[in-house]
Design a protein around this ligand. Structure first.
Ligand code: CU
Length: 118
């Protein structure tokens, strides 16, 4: 699956993914912004702001993600403008999850729903 951002806006170009449980996922994130850094973090439902808050404390040197954060399932590292990255993971058990950019303050407008079907 692929995701990008809407130019220089602080928003992803996709707000929802749906995948079956136990599927091998390759998520490619292309940061087409000309000025902003972004990451992509898959988290447990309802935890995007808490994960971002912990990421804030972890700092840029940790890609704004707390190492070992229990609510993080997978993440693409912090990408510079024009850069792309990917993450490979096995989709978790069926349910609803969230994805978010944890760059400071981006979590309020830059997120979506990741639905895993049985
Ligand atoms: Cu961002």
């Amino acid at each position: 699956m692929e995701i990008s951002v809407n130019g220089d806006a602080i928003e992803f170009d996709t707000d929802r993914f749906e995948v079956a449980a136990g599927t091998g996922v390759v998520l490619c994130f292309k940061n087409v912004s000309s000025v902003l850094q972004h990451n992509w973090v898959l988290v447990n439902d309802g935890t995007k702001d808490e994960v971002a808050e912990r990421g804030l404390a972890a700092g840029a040197e940790n890609d704004w993600v707390q190492p070992g954060d229990p609510d993080v399932i997978a993440n693409v590292k912090l990408l510079d403008p024009g850069e792309k990255g990917e993450v490979r993971f096995t989709s978790p058990v069926a349910g609803t999850y969230q994805f978010v950019c944890t760059f400071p303050a981006h979590n309020f407008t830059m997120f979506g729903e990741f639905v895993v079907t049985p």
